[in-house]
Write a protein that binds this ligand. Structure first.
Ligand code: AGP
Length: 587
């Protein structure tokens, strides 16, 4: 969370940084700011609100070196004064991360005469670098970072230095190597179309970026080299291609995500080797990725005799403190930077477990920790709500489960190719507007299912609440009668997913329980008997027959469309839900 961007070169720094911030806005969007150096002096524009609030000021910021920030508030509410950049003396900086020991540092700085203009932890870093500055910005930054605890990606400008000094620890920084200028940014999408090559900084790295060169240093200030990688960010992922929102565009890209994930699987040899030797598989992730992990656990246990478990990444460290021979931790993460997931992977790695990453971000932190990577190849996802990345994760975990079982992977890949085609035409013809109208007027929406359908229900509920702000919860259908049924009345809607014929009768009785209490029910099903039973009494959404393991790809599409339509009806911005950010790099 928080997107930061820097540029030094021959171009107009304010315009380049501004465009970079627009592309990084999914990392946070409560305030934004840009600083530019002109004639040795630094000028700042910063405002509460979205990045576009800065457009009026960009013309006033002439210069060829600049940094910028789009914020997701951690310390201090969104306001002009808490917006970055923060300055002290000759120093101006932007920060992504959390400085955990900032209260103590702030106290010390105040005791030695420091005055603070904001409530942020980041301003402490500016004061500290200023205090340690004695003519050498790199030295001052290294010295200051030794005093910081927590996580930080810092981009620092200093009057007198025609470039940007960068520090990285547990928050991502990508360096872009351009022709006529160099860049630094939180994420690759900011650099799409700007430079062919990138370097990914490692924890403890520092860098000096000027128009002509990039120098990278380790924590002792010794020059180090980092591999130059191809910049994989594509401008087309930033193009709405005629869709009104990224969320709708990305839901429509789910079929391609499933297909590409199946195609990419043959290059995941190392990951397959690890899975083949697994005795126990622990799956983890946060939010949507955790819901994919829950589905993955069911795939593994249904296909093989390997014991599998799924835990929230933020809770995993409390669940178990050791690993056994043959343990494999599967970390599922779209961004590859989610702090809870990365830390869980690090921890299990330190216990001796093999770590496998399921991600669509090939240059992310998780890929550097993992012993093997499976590409959930959905391409860059811009909308804060995960859609196509979830479909890709389900496809990837379906194949992983097949490997763990020693099954016929080629056959499963073929199934996914066929499924991808079915999903494309299914999304094109599926209209959930009537159900969305109903949800938009409901006091609560409950998503219910059994087994795999229960995992799908959890994700459906997260999607709806996250983008529409309508209260929702996901439950196992069998749990309804143990408490939640007390909340069901004429103002409540319940969305059932029923795709396993062996469980259909039991789930159907939960639908009856809702209908007989005056609640509205929608049923997502591919089972003819269920359609007949509830036709006319509940809203039926017909799924294509594809078997219970791949049905969640279709129910996910329905639930994603439902969340999207409900958000639009209620006038919400589905791409940037309030209070959220896409890449959660704090624990
Ligand atoms: C999904 O819609 C959410 N925005 C969120 O739950 C997300 O899935 C979670 O933060 C994990 O992110 P990751 O996949 O990048 O690790």
């Amino acid at each position: 969370m928080c997107g930061i961007m820097g540029y030094a070169g021959a171009g107009n720094a304010a315009a380049i940084v501004y465009n970079g911030l627009l592309r990084l806005e999914y990392r946070g969007y409560d305030s934004a700011g840009i600083a530019v150096m002109y004639d040795g002096k630094i000028k700042i524009a910063k405002k509460r609100g979205r990045v576009k609030e800065l457009s009026a000021f960009c013309g006033e910021l002439a210069g060829n070196v600049g940094i910028g920030h789009t914020r997701w508030a951690t310390h201090g509410r969104p306001s002009d004064k808490n917006a970055h950049p923060h300055s002290s003396g000759k120093i101006t900086l932007v920060h992504n991360g959390i400085i955990e020991n900032y209260p103590k540092l702030k106290e010390e700085l105040i005791a030695s005469g420091g005055k603070f203009a904001s409530e942020t932890d980041s301003e402490v870093a500016a004061k500290l670098v200023d205090k340690n500055y004695d003519g050498d910005i790199l030295e001052a930054l290294i010295k200051s970072c030794k005093m910081l605890e927590g996580s930080y990606a810092l981009m620092v400008m200093c009057e007198g230095f025609d470039g940007i000094a960068v520090a990285k620890y547990k928050s991502p920084v990508i360096i872009g190597l351009g022709d006529g200028g160099n860049f630094c940014a939180s994420d690759e999408p900011a650099l799409a179309g700007l430079c062919p090559g990138i370097c990914v900084l490692e924890d403890g790295d520092f860098a000096l970026i000027t128009a002509d060169e990039v120098k990278i240093f380790d924590s002792d200030g010794k020059r180090v080299e980092r591999a130059v990688l191809e910049n994989l960010a594509e401008e087309k992922s930033l193009d709405l291609c005629g869709y009104p929102h990224y969320m709708l565009k990305e839901i429509n890209e789910s079929p391609a995500a499933v297909r590409n994930t199946a195609s990419a699987f043959s290059s995941c040899g190392k990951a397959c080797e690890i899975l083949s030797g697994a005795k126990r598989i622990i799956l983890t992730g946060c939010g949507t990725a955790y819901h994919a992990a829950l589905m993955g656990k069911r795939y593994i246990e249904n296909f093989s005799s390997v014991h599998a478990r799924a835990d929230f990444a933020g809770e995993l460290r409390y669940a178990s403190r050791t690993a056994e021979e043959g343990d494999v931790l599967v970390a599922v993460t779209q961004s590859g930077e989610t702090a809870d997931t990365v830390e869980a992977a690090r921890l299990y790695g330190s216990f001796g477990a093999k770590v496998l990453a399921v991600t669509n971000s090939p240059h992310s932190a998780i890929t550097r920790i993992a012993d093997g990577v499976v590409y959930a190849d959905s391409g860059a996802e811009i909308c804060v709500a995960a859609t196509k990345s979830y479909s890709a994760q389900l496809a990837a975990l379906y194949l992983c489960a097949c490997v763990a079982a020693g099954g016929d992977v080629k056959a499963r890949e073929e199934e996914l190719f066929a499924c991808s085609d079915m999903l494309r035409s299914f999304i094109e013809r599926t209209d959930v507007r009537r159900l969305a109208e109903r949800c938009s007027k409901s006091s609560a929406v409950y998503f219910l299912g059994r087994d795999l359908d229960y995992c799908a229900a959890l994700e459906g509920s997260l999607k709806l609440k996250e983008v529409s702000y309508v209260f929702s919860a996901g439950y196992p259908a069998g749990e309804l009668k143990h408490g939640t049924l007390a909340l069901v009345d004429g103002k409540v809607a319940c969305v059932f997913s029923i795709t396993d014929p062996a469980l259909a009768e039991k789930s159907a009785s939960a639908v009856e329980q809702v209908l007989s209490r005056g609640g509205a029910a929608a049923v997502l099903t591919d089972i003819d008997g269920v359609k007949e039973e509830f036709g006319g009494r509940a809203e039926i959404i017909s799924l294509p027959a594809c078997g219970k393991y791949l049905a969640p790809l279709f129910s996910a599409a329905v639930m994603q469309l439902l969340a999207y339509r409900t958000a639009v009806i209620l006038g919400r911005d589905p791409d940037k839900p309030r209070n959220l950010a896409k890449s959660v790099t704090v624990e």
